[in-house]
Design a protein around this ligand. Structure first.
Ligand code: TXA
Ligand code: MG
Length: 343
């Protein structure tokens, strides 16, 4: 299948590009589009055959449900059985934005494979002009997981989508780099108190300021089979080809680690903030300015993917503190590293 690559930059008249994308979607094809978090792989959420093409293109296990993207919070009542008060407060406070709400779905509305047979559905209104314009133009809910192949870091640029999806999907809308850079926070509001199934740009602190107590299982707690979690969180994720080792961003320690790994015959790629640019690593990819978690979350997946373009045999990734967005960054880094730290 040939993949149509369409630029929907704000500097060009994109009317025709949206019309083509809508046409593909209405014909049951898959279209990749940018959101404020990462690129999504979209199909009409009521079209089982189209949704199946998403699973095939991603090579995604069929027990992992997709998030449904909608244009406006008013549409939620058409898709769910009941809107709990906490859910309404979250929608009012954080939509459009990087928060997915898990709610009890109305039976037989979405295609069965969207929710992987669960009775709940994840919904969100993305905060990105291209995603919103596409949703408005098609006027249907779009199921869209991140537009990477399963296991790979999520795409934050259309180029990343092209690397993973060329000749697998019908169309890529290139709207430039995404902003947040990490996938949305997934919050289960079918339980009391609500549980964060996946940390993201909307933090526990931000949620608690609006709805009160929220449960956020630690990475350790997530390993417990009794902890509620998103079906997708059990799979390997965000992994570049070479193994990743985590290390605290402490200059001497990092220098020593590089020297030791090189002495053992490794070619080392270092992921760290700008102040590490002068290190002796064979490759260096930056997260941006020191102590800036927003730049770090925005740059993380691009940096992980950049390692795959080198012949590095090991990746040293510096860490951050687990507060605010740092919780989400560390969650993704721990998964990319399979929990391995440099020792
Ligand atoms: O930012 C994002 O959320 C991006 C953009 C494209 O919107 N999408 C994204 O989708 O990250 P995906 O499919 O890669 O991740 C969705 C996560 C998975 O871990 C999945 O298991 C979980 O949300 N999920 C979806 N529906 C669920 C449900 N009904 N109950 C529990 N978890 C659910
Ligand atoms: Mg994903």
């Amino acid at each position: 299948m040939e993949t149509k690559y369409l630029i929907v930059d704000k500097n060009v008249d994109s009317h025709d590009a949206y019309a083509q994308a809508v046409d593909f979607l209405n014909k049951g094809e898959v279209v990749a589009f940018p959101t404020e978090t990462v690129y999504g792989l979209g199909a009409v959420a009521t079209d089982e055959v189209a949704v199946q093409k998403i699973f095939a293109a991603k090579e995604r296990p069929s027990d992992n449900p997709l998030i449904v993207h909608i244009a406006h919070k008013e549409q939620v009542r058409d898709y769910v059985q009941h809107i709990p008060e906490v859910a309404q407060k979250c929608m009012d406070a954080f939509w459009p934005g990087p928060l997915t709400l898990i709610l009890q779905e109305k039976p037989n509305f979405f295609a069965e494979n969207v929710t992987a047979g669960l009775s709940t559905v994840g919904l969100r209104v993305p905060d990105h002009p291209v995603a919103l314009r596409l949703l408005a133009a098609i006027n249907k809910p779009l199921a869209a997981p991140s537009a990477n192949r399963s296991g790979k870091p999520s795409p934050t640029k259309a180029q990343h989508v092209a690397e993973d999806m060329t000749n697998r999907i019908s169309c890529i809308l290139d709207g430039g780099a995404t902003g947040v850079g990490l996938e949305s926070t997934v919050l289960d509001v079918t339980v009391t108190p609500p549980v964060i199934l996946r940390p993201g740009g909307v933090t526990k602190e931000m949620l608690e300021a609006v709805i009160g107590s929220v449960i956020q299982p630690t990475d350790k707690e997530q390993e417990n089979p009794n902890t509620p979690k998103a079906p997708g969180m059990k799979y390997t994720h965000y992994a570049p080809e070479a193994p990743v080792l985590l290390i605290e961003p402490e200059t001497e320690n990092v220098q020593q680690a590089i020297a030791q790994l090189q002495a053992a015959g490794h070619r080392v790629a270092l992921l760290a903030s700008e102040s590490f640019a002068e290190s002796e690593a064979n490759y260096f990819f930056t997260y941006g300015k020191d102590d800036n978690v927003d730049e770090m979350s925005s740059a993380l997946y691009d940096a992980l993917r950049a390692c795959d373009k080198t012949d590095a045999t090991i990746i040293l990734a510096t860490t951050t503190t687990r507060v605010g967005v740092g919780v989400a960054i560390m969650n993704r880094l721990e998964k990319a590293a399979g929990g391995q730290w440099y020792k």
